[in-house]
Design a protein around this ligand. Structure first.
Ligand code: DAH
Length: 349
């Protein structure tokens, strides 16, 4: 009974408000007298508490304390409201900072992807986009992948159910953005100068260093007399714009089915300045991207005459670029959308 009465009072207190119109200080005082006054609700209840049997004293005592705290908190709240309103109705201070409201931020991968696109746009590359569900021709065959190449393997590629209308071709989630090269060359005549940013998929277990979804940016330049020197100069320009004007590059011979010759580009470690640290594993160099001269077989597959035209291509991982630029150590952070991570990039547009 007494317990119930106390709970009802607590609820009343929580719901209580003061009217805007009449004398508000008086209303607060009335409220105080009603609950905390000498003959108020609470002292009355404490009086009744004396006759509560011992076994109930503990819980009723606790409820009474909650009631008292609730009344005190409410009075404090009323006083604050009255005080604030009085200040507001007085002179306004226009120099007060406004309330902080969070605007949200771009995802770091978008930031980095936009930056790469921006750097290439400044030298005449335009953005090309294409499908994420791709057939074997555009993903592998036209790019000169041998039939037993491991990239076609079940372990790497997410295959999508075969579409009978598409003939007997395998259909898969694209494993790289190089497929966009083929689509662009099939549909355009040189000169071609495109940059293809996009999402790619690989059948890999998720860990700090691997993910089944990531992003790449591909660049392709096809014209008469495009040379390896053009490629090198473009790479140097890109590295300096992206990682700072002191950045050095080096090319190591490599292999990709769709380029000949192929190379991998390293940049001087932007964290230790090339002296050697744990990010560059003591070498002073960081592996950045794959590149090369477009293989004549690829040009031919896209109906471009390799005797007349040459080209270069390059491809890089956006996650890796962002990791190196912002020293992000774990790939999973990009996709978890933890606000504590995302908010660190609020200042970058
Ligand atoms: N497609 C390659 C990959 O996914 C990256 C790449 C390497 C793209 C060399 C290129 C290139 O255009 O020339 O690993």
């Amino acid at each position: 009974m007494l317990q119930q009465q106390i709970e009802d009072f607590i609820r009343d207190i929580q719901l209580a408000s003061i009217e805007k119109s009449s004398d508000r200080a008086a209303q607060v005082e009335q409220f105080r007298i009603k609950y905390l006054g000498k003959k108020g609700v609470i002292s009355d209840l404490f009086e009744q508490f004396k006759s509560v049997p011992n076994e109930h004293k503990k819980e009723i005592g606790q409820a009474l304390n909650r009631l008292k705290n609730a009344a005190q908190a409410k009075i404090e709240e009323f006083r604050q409201t009255v005080e604030n309103d009085e200040q507001e109705s007085g002179s306004m201070d226009f120099t007060m900072p406004t309330d902080y409201s969070s605007l949200g931020s771009r995802h770091v991968l978008s930031v980095v992807m936009n930056e790469i696109v921006d750097i290439f746009s400044r030298i005449g590359f335009t953005v090309a986009e294409s499908v994420e569900i791709e057939d074997d021709w555009h993903l592998f065959s036209a790019l000169n992948f041998p039939h037993d190449h491991p990239a076609r393997d079940m372990q790497d590629t997410f295959f999508v159910e075969k579409d009978e209308k598409a003939g007997s071709q395998e259909v898969a989630l694209r494993t790289h953005t190089s497929s966009v090269q083929v689509r662009v060359m099939e549909n355009n005549k040189p000169p071609i100068r495109i940059i293809a940013p996009g999402r790619v998929f690989r059948n890999e277990a998720i860990s700090a260093r691997a993910h089944c979804i990531f992003h790449q940016v591909e660049a392709l330049y096809v014209d008469k007399k495009v040379s390896f020197a053009d490629l090198k100069q473009t790479l140097l320009y890109f590295a300096k714009e992206m990682f700072g004007s002191d950045t050095k590059i080096r090319l190591r011979p490599s292999y990709f089915p769709f380029t000949e010759p192929s190379a991998e580009m390293d940049i001087s470690c932007n964290i230790c300045g090339g002296k050697g640290c744990n990010i560059c594993k003591g070498t002073g160099w960081l592996e950045i991207l794959g590149c090369g001269m477009v293989d004549p077989n690829v040009l031919r597959a896209c109906n471009i005459n390799p005797d007349e035209y040459t080209g270069f291509a390059l491809g890089m991982g956006v996650e890796r670029m962002a990791m190196l630029k912002y020293q992000i150590r774990d790939l999973r952070l990009y996709f978890e959308n933890d606000l504590r991570f995302l908010r660190q990039f609020e200042a970058i547009i």
